[in-house]
Write a protein that binds this ligand. Structure first.
Ligand SMILES: [Cu+2]
Length: 147
């Protein structure tokens, strides 16, 4: 009985030690990444009109197609995109223009009419749509178009 308890204690100690060292390693790596991002990466958010997950794909592909963009995430409910980019390679206006070229209105640049005409029917968003919404109108949004 005593031996069993001892074994459990040894196993517990070993796993504690290995967890501890792994945790330490992760912390160091995370810190390194954060420092790199602080130096080089700029984050921006702005309104972009669109309807659905296909719009999301088109908008994000357009933003990611700009050299220097490291991350793009468009929120279908908020009608808003979060982008991260290397400010030494590009700027926010270039991303606005790239998204507009794909057919989508941004806060600063109207979407290309030619590209808009070629969008699938479900993606032909309302040009009067409010951008930068709170994101709490999901149910209403769905009733306004057919999937
Ligand atoms: Cu769409």
């Amino acid at each position: 009985m005593k031996r069993v308890i001892l074994n459990v204690a040894i196993i517990a100690t070993m796993s504690f030690v290995s967890c501890k060292s792994e945790a330490k390693k992760e912390t160091q790596e995370t810190t390194k990444t954060e420092v790199t991002e602080k130096v080089a990466i700029t984050n921006a958010s702005f309104g972009v009109r669109g309807n659905c997950s296909m719009c999301k794909n088109t908008i994000e592909t357009a933003a990611n197609g700009v050299a220097g963009v490291t991350n793009a995430n468009w929120d279908v409910n908020k009608k808003k995109i979060d982008v991260s980019f290397d400010a030494s390679k590009t700027d926010e206006m270039t991303i606005h223009k790239a998204i507009a070229a794909s057919g989508y209105d941004t806060e600063k640049v109207s979407g290309s009419e030619e590209a808009y005409k070629n969008l699938p029917g479900c993606c032909k968003y309302d040009h009067e749509m409010e951008m930068n919404q709170s994101g709490e109108l999901k149910a209403e949004d769905h009733s306004s178009h057919n999937h």
